[in-house]
Design a protein around this ligand. Structure first.
Ligand SMILES: Cc1cc2nc3c(=O)[nH]c(=O)nc-3n(C[C@H](O)[C@H](O)[C@H](O)COP(=O)(O)OP(=O)(O)OC[C@H]3O[C@@H](n4cnc5c(N)ncnc54)[C@H](O)[C@@H]3O)c2cc1C
Ligand SMILES: Cc1cc2nc3c(=O)[nH]c(=O)nc-3n(C[C@H](O)[C@H](O)[C@H](O)COP(=O)(O)O)c2cc1C
Length: 639
């Protein structure tokens, strides 16, 4: 066995857990409009259970449909009517010897005002969140909420759920009571440590009164809120000791800021928090955040930094993470690259999805692909992410894909993408896909630019075109001068500068990453963008991180500026707002204004073959998620 600690059994309360791997709570947006478990949620959780997770902690279920929701579509335990479907959920996962806890929570001041039909959000104190000021809960309301948590837990127990996790982290209501930053009450629920603990204490006692002492109750804490005057590690050590003292069965150690990290955070960067809590209590501790590889997880357990490890996004990217780790198939694990696509989906009011795994959240829809390929040849043109995902899906369905790639390597533009600052994990995707090509024995033809004749020779049943995209240049005077470069020249290190003044034109993801790299090489960088904002194609938190970095590295950002002409040592920029021209002294210009589909083959092939599928950037320039999704869906649906 490769990971003796990871696959040793553990215990939480009186519950036996077959290994040390927990699926961490994640909102899914898969519940019904009224908060009930749906067939989609059942399938989503079942897949993770079937592949060997020891314990699933579900998405946060609200105990209060009226004031406690975080999302429109959110699981609920606020009424007895939810019990039958919760029971279905328990049955779905327990048949694989997987345990399941429901996470219970209340958003407090972090709810979204449009859910409240004009009512004001509630909190321990009227401490604002953005523009939203909550009202202080009355003593009677606090008692009511304690009761709601207890009734919610009882419903879970009646439904055959194995235990519950109380969500006391991430700035939600219970966290608001625990934190000196948000709890300014002067009654029995605020002020001293004891008073700030009281709300959570009462919830736990009420759950015990309703569910008995054998029903596991664990608590998720923000062990450090990373805000001055907020909860820090010493304070949460005290909280954890207190919770152990009143009979809580385990502590799930999360934190306040950067709960769902960008790619800038290292594996296990936060495990010191779990270790810090473990050092002062005797009940089990759960460590979470950016645990990506089985050997890293094993090390955390082996060094006694934690008793359990929890995986959130890794199980979106690959529901079979656990099974593959157990069977020594680590190279087959699709590892999460922390792109935050998943949370972006939820924040945009959509259901859970993963950029790397097109099935996530759609397990029911894309269940059991038809093995109807009968060895029929399918030519896939282009070995970028779209082409490789298509070839993979086709092989799994019994077709015989032949993959033409004109360069000497698979991965397409991912090789450029991984060159940006903090982007090396994009390389994990290249490695995963390339390994899949080998594993599935796909006929790969490197250094083969597909031509009509070459493809016709294969007499394919269908052709998939995944030729990607190529950069565009603005048609302005001087654009072909030797001191004008493309972003890829910089990213691929074909050109580099030192102590120069460089203009980067175009501030989408590629332009920003290129500007960042040039600035880090020790140059003065001006980044010009036609639109009124930069990095608009980047997920919000990653985008803010990028902008902060650009500013830190002294990059001067000019929005609403368009390139006019390029001369020997200067350029003209046109200010779209003031409609004036600007003359800038520069040493070189780098163009990053976007890409266009590489679609020369499309019409020719459409005329020559009955079935032609167009996928990825050649269909419409996009990103990893659209490339993989296109490849996957077309391979899945090919008749
Ligand atoms: C600098 C940069 C950073 C990026 N960062 C991100 C990011 O952080 N996140 C994200 O989601 N997306 C990112 N992207 C976008 C992402 O890389 C692309 O959307 C994705 O690679 C498109 O995949 P594809 O398979 O459609 O095309 P490509 O990746 O372009 O692959 C196409 C392949 O087809 C081959 N080919 C072309 N013509 C032929 C032919 N005639 N015969 C055979 N082979 C041919 C090419 O050689 C290439 O290998 C980035 C892109 C760039 C340039
Ligand atoms: C899409 C998404 C939804 C989440 N929803 C919850 C939630 O409902 N409750 C919770 O405690 N944490 C939630 N989290 C945080 C995760 O449980 C976890 O702490 C975090 O993602 C870091 O772990 P990871 O690096 O393994 O993803 C969510 C995370 C993601 C990505």
């Amino acid at each position: 066995m490769g990971y003796p600690h990871l696959f040793s059994p553990g215990r939480i309360g009186n519950i036996h857990i077959k290994n040390r791997i927990i699926m961490a709570a994640m909102g899914t947006g898969l519940a019904g409009f009224n908060g009930e478990i749906t067939a989609n949620s059942l399938k989503y959780y079942e897949e993770r259970a079937r592949a060997g997770v020891g314990l699933i902690i579900t998405e946060m279920a609200t105990v209060d449909n009226e004031l406690g929701k975080v999302n429109y579509i959110q699981l609920s335990v606020a009424n007895d009517k939810y019990i039958p479907m919760l029971n279905r959920l328990a049955q779905y996962v327990q048949k694989y010897d997987c345990k399941i806890f429901i996470q219970l929570g209340h958003a407090g001041r972090l709810t979204t005002p449009q859910f409240l039909d004009g009512k004001q959000p509630v909190a321990p104190s009227p401490v604002g969140w953005g523009t939203q000021i909550p009202r202080e809960l009355s003593l009677q309301e606090i008692k009511g909420l304690v009761n709601k948590f207890a009734r919610g837990a009882l419903r879970c127990q009646k439904a055959g759920i194995d235990g519950i996790e109380i969500h006391a982290a991430h700035g939600y209501l219970i966290n608001q009571f625990l934190s000196p930053k948000t709890n300014l009450r002067t009654d029995n629920y605020g002020g001293s440590f004891k008073n700030r603990m009281r709300f959570l204490d009462e919830i736990i006692h009420a759950i015990r009164d309703n569910c008995g002492h054998d029903f596991p109750v664990i608590v998720r804490l923000s062990a450090d809120e990373f805000i001055p005057g907020g909860i820090d590690l010493p304070m949460s050590q005290k909280i954890a000791q207190h919770l152990e003292g009143i009979g809580v069965d385990a502590i799930d150690v999360s934190n306040g800021l950067n709960v769902i990290e960008t790619a800038a955070f290292d594996q296990g960067w936060k495990s010191y928090l779990a270790k810090g809590i473990k050092g002062v209590i005797n009940i089990p501790v759960i460590s979470v955040n950016v645990i990506r590889k089985p050997d890293f997880a094993e090390k955390l357990l082996q060094t006694e930094s934690t008793d359990f490890i929890a995986l959130a996004r890794p199980l979106l990217a690959d529901p079979e993470w656990v099974k593959k780790a157990r069977e020594g198939r680590e190279k087959e694990i699709q590892k999460c690259i922390s792109c935050r696509y998943c949370i972006d989906q939820l924040n945009n009011g959509l259901h859970i999805a993963c950029a790397l795994n097109p099935r996530t959240g759609r397990e029911l829809e894309f269940n059991d692909p038809k093995k109807s390929g009968e060895g029929k040849k399918v030519v896939v043109i282009g070995g970028g992410p779209a082409g490789m995902e298509a070839a993979r899906g086709l092989a799994q369905r019994g077709f015989s894909p032949i993959l033409f790639e004109k360069s000497d390597v698979l991965g397409g533009q991912l090789h450029l993408a991984k060159k940006g600052v903090n982007k090396d994990r994009v390389g994990w995707l290249i490695d995963f896909q390339t390994h899949e090509m080998q594993r599935l024995n796909i006929d790969i033809r490197l250094n083969h630019a597909a031509t009509l004749e070459a493809v016709q020779k294969e007499q394919p049943y269908a052709v998939f075109i995944a030729t990607g995209s190529s950069p565009v240049k603005p048609r302005v005077e001087g654009i072909d001068s030797p001191h004008v470069y493309l972003a890829e020249d910089i990213l691929e290190d074909r050109a580099s500068f030192k102590n120069r003044k460089i203009l980067v034109v175009g501030a989408g993801m590629t332009g920003c990453e290129t500007a960042e790299k040039i600035a880090l090489q020790g140059n003065q960088v001006i980044l010009a963008e036609m639109k009124d904002a930069i990095a608009e194609d980047v997920e919000k938190v990653t985008r803010n991180e990028k902008i902060t970095n650009l500013k830190k590295f002294g990059v001067k950002i000019l929005t609403q500026h368009k390139i006019g002409a390029v001369y020997q040592h200067k350029v003209t920029l046109y200010d779209l707002k003031t409609q004036t021209e600007l003359l800038l002294k520069i040493d070189a210009v780098v163009i990053a204004i976007g890409v266009k589909p590489r679609d020369e083959l499309v019409e020719i092939f459409r005329k020559a073959f009955p079935i032609v599928m167009i996928i990825g950037d050649v269909k419409k320039p996009g990103d990893i998620s659209t490339a993989l999704r296109g490849g996957f869906e077309k391979a899945y649906t090919l008749e």
